[in-house]
Design a protein around this ligand. Structure first.
Ligand SMILES: C[S@@+](CC[C@H](N)C(=O)[O-])C[C@H]1O[C@@H](n2cnc3c(N)ncnc32)[C@H](O)[C@@H]1O
Length: 423
């Protein structure tokens, strides 16, 4: 059934929200104020999802999406909206999510750190499909496992597009018949690349493919084949990435940030202007924030749930001769259950999308840290966790947005909190 719809606002996830005959309607690729003809796709939990058929009256901020895959590939949501307005809407979404989920009315400024809007991703996961004797590389369509083959991706770094070109070439695709996913991470110079291959390889075929990648893929310096028991790595054991003053070793399987241009600004915002006796960096990865904190605190503990990444953190501290850093390879919860030193001056939290959660925050609040810097990639769990922290005496002093992923619905924020002395 098709009907006319007026988009009222953008909501988290990329859709525009409006109403029709008393129902809530969500439509992708629509902009606030626009009138569109849309077609119902499905209704679930009282919300109707519809797709746009025609824009009847376009918003002035509407632009022509430069990518030919936009609307089919699930990666980007906002290429039809000019870049400046994307960041303004994302800021509104942060405010609304804080209000709706956290019951936090934040009326102060939310500074925006805008990014280079194109060629910013230093990391990508390409899906590989095989059908009718053809091998294709690309991304999944939105909410589906349907592959959209892509020749190039406008948000990827030039080096990763070059790698994609080679892997997609006719002479290469037959090498990938056992492969289901290829992950790529380029270094800060966009020169060296770590490839992680996933699929159903026999050991000799996996090894042969990894060797061939090293020899023929431009920039490939580390190639890992993921196995149940870990990674078989050829070439350099890890990729080196320089961010600000420090160089980080990143092994296959370790997390590293995927947006290259704003990284130094984010590191400076999280770690700059801080000092004291003790800082904890929970969800530390390979130590992106731990290392810069080591110059300003007597002691820094970096806690990371992935053992391989925790080993990278330890090696990274050693490489920079930071004897005051301790790397702990366990979950934040397990660490906090045992850690007894109350009153850290600063705790950095940078959890995955699931957020930190009440169980871990309860333990953290008992330590009574003076300041918290919470880096979030998922506003709903940030709002939930900030509400909890507020109930334990923490005041939200500032929230800023780093637009790590232009054209997508992803939103990255830094919230700074201090402990209310009267609590
Ligand atoms: C968003 S990343 C941030 C990493 C690092 N701060 C950075 O910016 O590079 C989240 C990290 O938390 C780790 N992690 C996930 N669950 C965890 C847990 N329960 N306890 C500690 N670390 C965890 C992941 O392995 C990942 O390295």
């Amino acid at each position: 059934m098709s009907f006319e719809f007026i988009a009222e606002k953008l909501v988290y996830g990329g859709d525009a929200l409006g109403h029709y005959q008393g129902r809530t309607i969500l439509v992708p690729r629509a902009l606030p104020g626009e009138r569109l003809e849309v077609e119902e796709v499905r209704t679930a939990k009282g919300v109707t999802h519809a797709r746009p058929l025609r824009v009847i009256s376009p918003a002035p901020e509407r632009v022509s999406p430069p990518c030919p895959y936009f609307g089919r590939c699930g990666g980007c949501h906002y290429q039809h909206l000019n870049y400046q307005n994307q960041t303004v809407w994302k800021r509104e979404i942060v405010r609304e999510t804080l209000r709706r989920i956290g019951k936090i009315v934040w009326e102060n400024e939310i500074p925006i750190h805008a990014s280079e809007p194109w060629n910013y991703r230093n990391q990508a996961q390409f899906k590989v499909s095989h059908s009718g004797g053809r091998t294709e590389l690309g991304f999944f369509a939105a909410e589906s496992h349907q592959l959209v083959p892509v020749d190039q991706c406008l948000i990827l770094s030039p080096r990763l597009n070059l790698v994609l070109n080679v892997l997609r070439s006719a002479s290469w695709s037959e090498n990938l018949t056992d492969c289901s996913e290829i992950e790529m991470l380029a270094d800060d110079q966009d020169e060296n690349v770590m490839l992680t291959l996933r699929g159903k390889f026999t050991e000799p075929r996996g090894e042969a493919l990894a060797r061939q990648c090293l020899e023929e893929v431009p920039g490939a310096s580390t190639v890992a084949v993921e196995r149940k028991s870990g990674f078989r790595v050829q070439g350099e054991p890890a990729l080196d990435y320089r961010a600000g003053e420090f160089e980080y070793q990143i092994s296959p399987g370790s997390f590293f940030q995927a947006s290259r241009h704003l990284l130094p600004a984010m590191v400076a915002a999280v770690t700059g202007g801080q000092s004291g006796a003790l800082a904890l960096d929970l969800y530390a990865g390979v130590g992106l924030f731990t290392l810069p904190l080591a110059g300003a605190f007597d002691r820094v503990v970096g806690v990371e749930g992935n053992r391989g990444a925790a080993r990278d953190l330890e090696a990274n501290a050693r490489r920079h001769e930071l004897g005051n850093v301790r790397a702990v390879g366990e979950s934040a919860y397990d660490f906090l259950r045992r850690f007894a030193q109350a009153g850290p001056d600063l705790v950095v939290l940078d959890p995955p999308r699931a957020g930190v959660g009440a169980r871990t925050l309860e333990l953290l609040a008992k330590l009574r840290p003076a300041r918290l810097h919470y880096v979030s990639c998922h506003p709903p769990t940030l709002a939930r966790d900030l509400a909890f922290l507020s109930s334990r005496g923490y005041l939200l002093n500032m929230i800023e947005m780093f637009d790590f992923f232009p054209h997508t619905s992803h939103i990255e924020c830094l919230a700074r909190l201090t402990r209310n002395a009267n609590f």
